[in-house]
Design a protein around this ligand. Structure first.
Ligand code: M6R
Length: 606
């Protein structure tokens, strides 16, 4: 959470910082601020709320002008969103922006107060600024190096020193940070999109590395101030990927990118019609060695894992557990040698997922990461790695990342089932061919949106609703429900359809719409019976099923008709109308679709 940028060069720094922050706003948008060297003096501008508030503020109060500075967009942790708690924070001669949490900030603050230091804000960040200033001895690198030894928690810091107006300094621990390398200009950023318009070349800062940016270049030092040689990386993302390209929202654009994202993700992993994950370190021999699989992830990624569980258990008959990463890491999990732990994450930086993966490794399990963000911490630390190639996902509500996560889970399940002899090559080829056909069916759904728009319009007055399904439809309905509540702010829960009558059915009234998903042929009649149970109690029922299904019209109020597809792969098709229902409900309610309240894209705190 939180996005940071920094710039040293010849351009108008405020423009570069604001532009970079606009690409990082997905990381948090409770407040924004910049600090710029103007005629050798640090000028700070900051405002509560979105970046546009900062623009307004600068229009009214003056826009800092200069060529060197740092910027921040905040997801509040310590201290409410307010002007005073906004970054940058100054501690005298030092001004900083921070992404992460300083866990021991209270002790450090007490110590500084006991030494006569006073504070303006409630933030942990100001403590770091004041500590740096307290320790400052004229050598920025030495001061940073000494100060980070006292910090516990996670941080990526952009730092400027009042008496070094030609440099920006940066350091990281856990929270992501890159140093972009341009021609006579250099950058720091929490993520590649912030610098993509200026350069594709960057260094990925490692744990406790300190970067010094001047116009002449980027110099990197270790935690003890010794110079470090690093490999320059080149981002392969297209600038277009971080623009809306005519779509009203990133979420809508990303929903439309799903057919391409699937093809880009699976094609390199299919050879002669069979899955081939060797380049990811996964061979048939490796797969045969696992007695049990655990999937660990958060939010949407965990839902992708839940689909994976159904598919792996059905095809390969290998037991799979799915855990929420924040639970897994503290539940003394029954994981060890011979187990595979799959960690799924779009950002590759989710704090709980990363900690869960480290725990699994320490317990002797092998880890496989399914990650979208190149070079992210989870990607770097896993034993095996499958990158999803969804491109940058900017909308906070995950759509295309989920799609490619499940596409990878399918490929993995096919290969595992083949490895353990549960399916033969002919069946495996048939399944791979089906997977390759999913983009066409999704594209078909994307061409007709009237049905989902109509359904969305029927939901906007609801206070609460239920999603129900059985088997893979239940797994899918979890994601449909999360998507809706996340961006429409309508409360919803997903339920295994057969479980309703054990308590939850008492909530059903005519004010509680029920979205039922029934794509699994063997379970359809069971789900229809459950639909009739809620209908009989007054619920308004919206059914997502195949166009070819004959359903008693008395049992449902509205239907969404899916194209025909194989049951096993149906989640990839059926999730699209659920994403669109959430999207249009949010639009109709006038919400900020891409940046829903209280959320941030990358959850790098516990
Ligand atoms: O980056 P990750 O995939 O690890 O993120 C996990 C969740 O925070 C994420 O999926 C979240 O639930 C999304 N906002 C859902 O749309």
């Amino acid at each position: 959470m939180c996005g940071i940028v920094g710039y040293v060069g010849k351009r108008d720094c405020t423009d570069v910082l604001m532009n970079g922050l606009s690409k990082l706003e997905y990381r948090g948008y409770d407040s924004a601020g910049i600090a710029v060297f103007q005629n050798g003096k640090i000028e700070v501008a900051k405002a509560k709320g979105r970046l546009k508030n900062l623009e307004e503020h600068m229009k009214a109060e003056g826009r800092p002008t200069g060529q060197i500075g740092i910027g921040h967009t905040r997801w509040a942790t310590h201290g409410e969103p307010s002007d005073v708690n906004s970054h940058p924070h100054s501690g005298g001669r030092v001004t900083i922006v921070h992404n992460g949490i300083i866990e021991n900030y209270k002790e450090l603050k007490d110590y500084l107060i006991s030494r006569g230091v006073s504070f303006d804000s409630d933030t942990d960040t100001e403590v770091v600024a004041r500590l740096l200033d307290y320790r400052y001895n004229g050598s920025p690198i030495q001061t940073i190096s000494e100060t980070i030894r006292d910090l516990e928690g996670s941080y990526a810091l952009g730092i400027i020193f009042a008496d070094h107006p030609e440099q920006v300094y940066a350091v990281r621990c856990e929270s992501p940070l890159i140093a972009g390398v341009g021609d006579g200009e250099n950058f720091i950023a929490s993520d590649v999109p912030a610098i993509l318009e200026y350069t594709r070349d960057y260094y990925l800062l490692e744990h406790e590395e300190i970067a010094v940016l001047g116009r002449d270049g980027v110099h990197i030092f270790d935690a003890y101030g010794q110079p470090v040689e690093k490999e320059l990386k080149t981002a392969d993302w297209d600038v277009e990927a971080i623009r809306k390209n005519g779509y009203v929202h990133f979420m809508l654009k990303e929903i439309h990118e799903q057919p391409t994202a699937i093809r880009t993700t699976i094609s390199p992993r299919i050879q002669n019609g069979l899955p081939n994950l060797e380049e990811c370190g996964i061979t048939l021999e490796v797969l045969r060695g696992f007695r049990q699989i655990h999937v660990v992830a958060c939010g949407t990624a965990m839902h992708a894992g839940t689909v994976g569980k159904y598919v792996i258990e059905k095809l390969a008959r290998v037991p799979v557990t799915v855990d929420i990463a924040s639970e897994f890491r503290y539940c003394d999990p029954l994981v060890g040698t011979g187990d595979l732990v799959i960690v799924i994450s779009q950002s590759g930086e989710t704090a709980d997922s990363l900690a869960a993966m480290r725990l699994a490794k320490s317990l002797g399990a092998k880890t496989l990461a399914i990650v979208n963000a190149m070079g992210s911490s989870i990607a770097r630390e896993a034993d095996m790695l499958i990158y999803t190639h969804a491109g940058p996902e900017i909308a906070v509500a995950s759509t295309k990342a989920y799609m490619v996560q499940i596409a990878v889970m399918y490929l993995f399940a096919f290969e595992l089932a083949l490895a353990v002899g549960q399916i033969d090559e002919t069946e495996c080829r048939r399944l791979v061919t089906l997977l390759e056909q999913t983009p066409d069916s999704i594209a078909e759904i994307l061409e007709r949106k009237e049905q989902v728009q109509y359904i969305a319009s029927s939901l906007i007055t609801a206070d609460s609703l239920l999603y129900i399904g059985r088997g893979l439809d239940y797994a899918l309905s979890m994601e449909g429900s999360l998507k809706l509540k996340e961006i429409s702010y309508i409360h919803s829960e997903s339920y295994a359809a057969g479980e309703l009558k054990h308590g939850t059915i008492s909530l059903i009234t005519e004010n509680m719409p029920v979205i039922a998903v029934a794509t699994q042929t063997a379970l359809r009649e069971k789900t229809i019976s459950n639909i009739k149970e809620v209908k009989a109690r007054g619920a308004r029922v919206i059914l997502v099923c195949r166009a070819s299904d004959t359903i008693d019209p008395e049992a449902v109020d509205l239907r969404y008709d899916l194209p025909d597809f194989d049951d096993l792969l149906m989640p990839m098709i059926a999730v699209v109308p659920l994403q669109l229902i959430a999207y249009y409900t949010s639009v109709l309610k006038g919400n900020d679709v891409d940046k829903p309240r209280n959320l941030a894209k990358s959850v790098t705190v516990e």
